[in-house]
Design a protein around this ligand. Structure first.
Ligand SMILES: Cc1cc2nc3c(=O)[nH]c(=O)nc-3n(C[C@H](O)[C@H](O)[C@H](O)COP(=O)(O)O)c2cc1C
Length: 163
């Protein structure tokens, strides 16, 4: 079973999670970055506006082929209660995604906000023909806690059928 982790991280927390998952489960690790980088200020102004309006950023890499992947883990921060516009952009550059299972992770300050963003991310991966197969919300307390991350990785392992 091959797992591909696709993530966006603005300030590094989601990157740490994505790297831990990749370290434990192998497969591919793909960081998606916006072609127009956000500053601290523009993330709050432009970034939140784009998140609220469901806009997809133009991103690098400009294509992600999922041919031999069995489970795709998508991970991103929550901006304004939504998935980031960079993650929206990542969903636009996939190929071979139809029918593949997706495990969704958001990192956030507040778990309630994360729950709202996960629901949206779930509907967006469904819209591109993928099958949501699991999810995890890491808030400001759990994002740095191995006690939360270890069971999440185990959940992904089981979802991916990894022994
Ligand atoms: C522009 C911006 C907007 C944010 N909006 C929210 C929000 O609506 N709800 C929330 O719980 N956290 C929010 N956060 C906090 C981040 O989601 C959280 O710190 C996340 O773990 C950061 O991940 P990263 O370090 O990978 O970028 C926001 C952070 C930024 C920079």
């Amino acid at each position: 079973m091959k797992i591909t982790v696709i993530y966006h991280s603005h300030s590094g927390k989601t990157r740490t999670i994505a790297e831990k998952i990749h370290h434990q489960l192998g497969g591919d690790l793909i960081e998606v970055v916006p072609n127009q980088q956000y500053s601290t200020l523009s993330a709050v102004t432009k970034g939140c506006y784009r998140a609220l309006t469901g806009t997809a950023d133009s991103v690098t890499p400009d294509s992600i082929a999922l041919g031999d992947t069995d489970l795709v883990v998508f991970a991103c921060p929550v901006w304004a209660g939504k998935p980031t516009p960079v993650m929206n952009g990542a969903l636009k550059v996939l190929s071979g995604e139809s029918g593949k299972r997706a495990f969704l992770i958001v990192t956030c300050n507040d778990a309630k906000s994360g729950g709202q963003a996960i629901a949206l991310l779930k509907s967006r991966v469904s819209d591109v023909g993928m099958v949501p197969a699991g999810e995890g919300v890491l808030d400001k307390h759990t994002v740095i806690s191995d006690q939360a991350i270890t069971p999440l990785i185990e959940k992904i392992r089981l979802t991916g059928g990894k022994s």
